[in-house]
Design a protein around this ligand. Structure first.
Ligand code: C2E
Ligand code: CA
Ligand code: CA
Length: 409
């Protein structure tokens, strides 16, 4: 490769600084970053391996683009490192030293595109990927990124109407009481069998449903269907439904819940809604209000995936949860990390002190189950005990629970 053009899209991540220090500080940061890029690429371009003229532009918000000629692909790596260093240098503002990070995506002509639009689009896809791996990273464009976006587009379009076409169905996974060995509850897990894409994992299509706003309609359908099935189970068995952050904060949630309960005749006390902790951070007051409203309807709330993300024990006292679900990663870690047992024990004890129940999810081995038994954990869920199953399978199981109880004996 003798000479090629490289386009870099840079996002400086200055928004947080703007929020905490005001727009003036944000403007100062953006101006300073722009000047540094201008000096490095236009005034002193040759010193950092740029061959010939370069263009520096602000694309909008906190995003910049640099277009420059390079001798070889490796030069782009050196230049990207240099840009990240440049942006990371502190900026003086009102007696403070402000710092920002940046993420960077790189597309190289002609291999990644022959015109400005394609190059910028591909640099932007690479930037998106870089952001996913955290601040301070850079990523080269790869054609697979296009494929991913194309698949997302196709899934989004096919997800519209999936309910009407009967492609969505509910699986239920039993949750067992550790003391009585009986089924305490069943978690509702959404399934999509698409004629075009086959069986699509909820880990892939739920985020797509959230991004497209479809989750509100799909989530309401899940609630209605879950309540309808659970009504026919024994009164002692509850049903848990996962609630996406968008649903939790949507103004229509109370009505959706009431409609699902009224239509099915399920007692509200038999329904639990699982929410992950990441939602709580986004808007603490709104989350608190929504959870309290759910509890006022006598519907239970569960903090799901506890221990992932920014988890803090402070949440346990702040938010009204009746159940805490310990994330599978702690259970998996039991196999080779003795500290994991101590963490689980601490969480279980604390939850018990606060009057909350605990569920350990993702139990796959008898050893893990034996270790959980030594804690005061209320309930267990996992492939060892029962896999997610169809509504008719769970109905059969509940009609004759005895054989399943042996798994826990
Ligand atoms: P989640 O809420 O953490 O659900 C538990 C996931 O762990 C399920 O994956 C379940 O099949 C899996 N699992 C259960 N036991 C074991 C085990 O022993 N080992 C392993 N390796 N996995 C186990 P699934 O069904 O693929 O669901 C993935 C995620 O998709 C769920 O994670 C939940 O966040 C989301 N999801 C599923 N259904 C719904 C829904 O109706 N609404 C919303 N908003 N999200 C849903
Ligand atoms: Ca869950
Ligand atoms: Ca979970």
């Amino acid at each position: 490769m003798s000479s090629c053009r490289s386009t870099g899209s840079i996002s400086t991540g200055s928004r947080r600084s703007m929020i905490s220090l005001g727009h003036l500080a944000g403007n100062v940061l953006l101006t300073e970053v722009a000047q540094r890029l201008q000096t490095a690429f236009v005034t002193d371009g040759g010193t950092i391996g740029v061959a010939g003229d370069a263009i520096v532009a602000r694309l909008g918000g906190d995003e910049f683009a640099v277009v420059c000629a390079i001798g070889a692909r490796d030069d782009a790596r050196t230049i990207a490192d240099h840009i990240l260093d440049l942006v990371a240098q502190p900026v003086a503002y009102a007696g403070r030293r402000l710092t920002v990070g940046a993420s960077l995506g790189v597309a190289i002509a002609p291999i990644d595109g022959g015109d400005a639009d394609t190059l910028l689009k591909h640099a932007d896809l690479a930037l998106y990927r870089a952001k996913e791996s955290g601040r301070g990273a850079f990523c080269f464009y790869e054609p697979v990124m296009d494929e991913k976006i194309e698949r997302t587009r196709a899934l989004t379009s096919d997800l519209h109407g999936a309910i009407a076409r009967g492609e969505l169905w509910l699986a239920f996974q039993p949750i067992f009481d550790l003391a009585t060995h009986r089924i305490l509850s069943c978690e509702t897990l959404l399934r999509w069998d698409s004629p075009c894409h086959g069986s699509v994992s909820p880990a892939e299509f739920i985020p797509i449903a959230e991004q497209s706003g479809l989750i509100v309609e799909i989530g309401a359908w899940v609630l209605r269907e879950a309540c309808r099935h659970a009504r026919d189970w024994p009164d002692t068995v509850r049903v848990a439904v996962n609630l996406s952050p968008i649903q939790l904060l949507s103004p229509g949630l109370a009505k959706v819940l009431k409609d699902a309960l009224d239509a099915s005749g399920l007692a509200p006390g038999r329904l639990d809604l699982e929410v992950t902790e990441s939602v709580l951070l986004d808007d603490i007051d709104a989350s608190l209000a929504a959870l309290s409203a759910i509890n006022r309807m006598a519907v239970g709330t569960t903090l799901d995936d506890f221990g992932t993300g920014y988890s803090s024990l402070g949440y346990l006292t702040k938010f009204p949860f009746q159940t805490l679900k310990i994330d599978r990663s702690f259970i998996t870690a039991l196999d080779d990390n003795p500290a994991s047992m101590a963490i689980i024990q601490t969480v279980v004890d604390l939850a018990a002190t606060l009057g909350m129940q605990t569920v350990a999810e993702g139990i796959e081995t008898p050893t893990q189950l034996a270790q959980l038994r030594r804690t005061r954990c209320t309930a267990v869920q996992g492939f060892l005990l029962a896999r997610p199953m169809s509504a008719s399978q769970v109905a059969n199981l509940l009609a004759d629970e005895t054989p399943r109880m042996r798994a826990l004996s």
